[in-house]
Each structure stands twice: as C-alpha cells, then as structure tokens.
Design a protein around this ligand. Structure first.
Ligand SMILES: Nc1ncnc2c1ncn2[C@@H]1O[C@H](COP(=O)(O)OP(=O)(O)O)[C@@H](O)[C@H]1O
Ligand SMILES: [Mg+2]
Length: 388
C-alpha cells in the first residue's frame, strides 16, 4: 500500500474493524479481487462524484446487481425509495451502463414544475400554443432523444399528464402543445417515486395502466437505517471528499461518534448523512471528525422507541383534523415518514399523511428544528440539497 492511501488506513484503524475488508464496493468491479481495492479507489477519485455508489450492505449489493442486469436493456425502470436514498444516483448509473451512455440523460423533477407548465416542459410547444409561447420550444422528451429521460417524483403527475405519458410509453410518439404533427422519439424511461404508488392507485390518484407500463423492472432502494453497515464507508467517503475540498486532513473518527451515527434513524437518508458530514468537516479543527449530537434532529437512539409516551398515538381518530396533524408534526420535528415520523405517530400511511398535508396546506418546514444554513457560501454545491 503506498503512501497516498495512508490517510484512509488510519481512518479504518480508528474505527476498529467496523469497515468491512473490501472497503469500496462498485458494481462495475465487484468481480475483481479484494487486493485491487487500491486501484478501485484511484478510479473513484478520478470519476464524477455523482456517479459513485458507495456501500457494502447486501441490500445495496442486490440493487446494484439488478442495475447491471437491467442497464444494457432498453426496459423502463421504476425506482422506489425514501428521499435521499440515491434514486437519481441509480438512474444515472443505469444510463451510464447502457448503450445510450453517450446520449443525453435528461432529468425532470415532476414535483418541482407547476402542473400548468409540465406538459410544455415534457413535450414542448409550437409558437403561439398559449399566451407567452413566443417561440417554438422542444420538450424534454425531444431533448432526450437517443438517451434516457429520468422522471423523478412521478407520483405527483396530474391525471391529464398521466394520460399523455401513457401514450408516449405505448406509442413512442407525442405532439408538441399546439402542434398537429406527431413526433417520434427513441427514449428510455426511468421513473422514480418516494411515494407508495399502490396507495395512490387505490385512492384514484394514479392510473394503474400507467403504473404497469412504468413498473416493468422495479428497483427498490432500502432506507439508510436498514443498512447501517454502509454508514462507516459513506462517512469515510464523504469525509475524504469534503476534506479535500476544504483543504483539510481528517483521518480518524471516534468510535462513539460513529456509533452515534449508526443509532440515528436518518429520515433524510444518505443525503442527510452527507450534510451532517459536511458540517462536521467544516467544524473540525483536528484530524478527527467530530459529530455534534444536536445535528441529528431526530431521536438519539432507536432504543427509546418503546419508551415514547403514547400521547399522540391516541389521536388516530382525529387524523382528519389539521391540529392533530400539526401536533404530530411538532412532535416528530416535521418528519412525516419513518419510525419517528408523524405518520407513525398518527397510525396512518405516510403517503396518506403527505396528501392530507398538501390538502390542508400545512407547511411542514415550520416544524423542523432551526439549523444554520451551512451551504451558504460553501463550495460544495452538490450538498446544498434541501432535505424536505
Ligand atoms: N450509495 C451512495 N453512495 C454515495 N453517495 C450516495 C449514495 N446514495 C446517495 N448518495 C448521495 O446522496 C445524495 C442523495 O441522492 P439522490 O440520488 O439525489 O437521492 P434521491 O433521488 O433518492 O432523493 C446525492 O448527493 C447522492 O450522490
Ligand atoms: Mg431525487
């Protein structure tokens, strides 16, 4: 092992065997020998951070093996998982390993685009199609021609757009808004959702025929709390990356800090862990990564689950009411899903609670603990993502 990897070794030793022997797992190289880890690491250092998938848990490994199976096909993939579990990362990995890799990967967040604009965004419009359509504009499907379109938060699409999308999936053609000529595209579709689409179908909010078209090859990403063995590796990976950006050397972490990270339930999953590590790196003034317990906004330990007073649990019958939901959000510090989330407290599915929150116009961010905005002025723009 050469000197270049000295830091990493110290990091590993400091956490006394909690890092598995094969410290980096990359699906492209999983058949290679363990003693080639160093080479892998060097490759990791050279590639884009967005396309790296770190972890050793068996659940992540099986996701990655599914990814390598489905990538070279043209099949539609539906990725499900809580926010921050790496759905977009996986979608990019599928594209990267497909025959389409040299063509565009176009990502569309269906929840971020106002419903009135989404049709034009996806399918484009002709000049004069609507007020303000001063020029012809290509939609994202056209831009993705030959490549992959990633439709994130697919569960948020309105019924009208669901029909349009169904037609594209069935016939591979569509019209621009205000246009009459059908446009044919060759686009692979990868969709993602953090919602329970089955519940949305039952409630009549999502078309079952569209669901079957999308769900050709399902990939389910497990929440981070169900793969705690990935945490040491992810911490090391994010620490190295961010310390390098910040011009610091951080090569160790206390065992206690690590077990703190492994006893938290990570409602924001890997994205939240990444943000916590970023903070820790910014704060750190020694070569050891310090974690402040208060950065973990949820309960300190899963062992407190059973001890929780059943105050809000009795409110189940009143879940229709805004004040009951707000009380539960207050208790859960603004979190909806997860074992300590408001949905669990109220005894209803998180997808149901999410839609009630929307319906009742409740701003769940109000209930989040105040945190300093670390990203302001920070150079790690990729870590700026909001957990909400
Ligand atoms: N296994 C992983 N290894 C490395 N980084 C990860 C992993 N999973 C997620 N991330 C990072 O966490 C963040 C959130 O991932 P993302 O794919 O945007 O999640 P989602 O789309 O499910 O909300 C991104 O910065 C991503 O690079
Ligand atoms: Mg996402």
């Amino acid at each position: 092992m050469n000197d270049h990897y000295g830091d990493r070794v110290a990091f590993q030793q400091s956490i006394e065997g909690t890092i598995p022997e094969s410290i980096f797992y990359d699906f492209e190289h999983r058949h290679q020998l363990e003693n080639e880890d160093i080479v892998l690491r060097a490759e990791v250092d050279r590639t884009s951070v967005f396309e790296e998938i770190v972890g050793v848990s068996s659940s992540l490994r099986s996701v990655l093996s599914e990814v390598s199976q489905v990538a070279p096909t043209d099949s539609t993939v539906l990725i499900t998982g809580e926010t921050g579990t790496g759905k977009e990362l996986i979608a990019r990995a599928i594209h990267k390993r497909s025959r389409r890799s040299s063509k565009p990967f176009v990502s569309v967040n269906c929840a971020a685009i106002p419903p009135s604009l989404i049709a034009s965004e996806l399918f484009g419009h002709e000049k004069g199609a609507f007020t303000g359509a001063v020029q012809r504009r290509q939609g994202r499907f056209e831009l993705a021609d030959g490549g992959t379109i990633f439709l994130d938060e697919i569960g948020e699409l309105t019924p009208e757009i669901q029909v349009m999308l169904l037609r594209v999936l069935q016939e591979r053609e569509f019209e621009r808004l205000g246009g009459s000529r059908p446009i044919r595209v060759n686009v692979r579709v990868i969709a993602a959702t953090n919602r329970d689409l089955d519940a949305a179908i039952d409630d009549g909010r999502f078309r079952s025929d569209l669901y079957y078209r999308l769900n050709v090859f399902p990939v389910e990403l497990p929440p981070l709390r169900e793969r705690l063995e990935d945490i040491p590796l992810l911490v090391e990976y994010f620490t190295n990356r961010m310390a390098r950006h910040a011009g610091k050397t951080i090569s160790t972490i206390r065992k206690r800090a690590l077990s703190l990270l492994q006893s938290y339930d990570w409602p924001g999953n890997v994205r939240e862990l990444q943000n916590v590590v970023e903070r820790a790196v910014i704060f750190s003034d020694s070569d050891s990564l310090q974690i402040d317990e208060q950065w973990l906004s949820g309960p300190r330990s899963r062992s407190t689950v059973g001890l929780r007073p059943p105050i809000v649990q009795r409110r189940t019958l009143a879940t229709q009411r805004k004040d009951a939901i707000e009380a539960a959000l207050l208790e859960s510090k603004g979190r909806v899903s997860g074992p300590f989330g408001a949905a669990t407290l109220l005894g209803i599915p998180s997808s149901t609670l999410e839609s009630k929150i929307k319906l009742l116009n409740i701003d769940k961010r109000r209930f989040k603990p105040q945190v300093i905005n670390w990203s302001a002025g920070s150079s790690f723009s990729h870590a700026k993502t909001n957990l909400a």
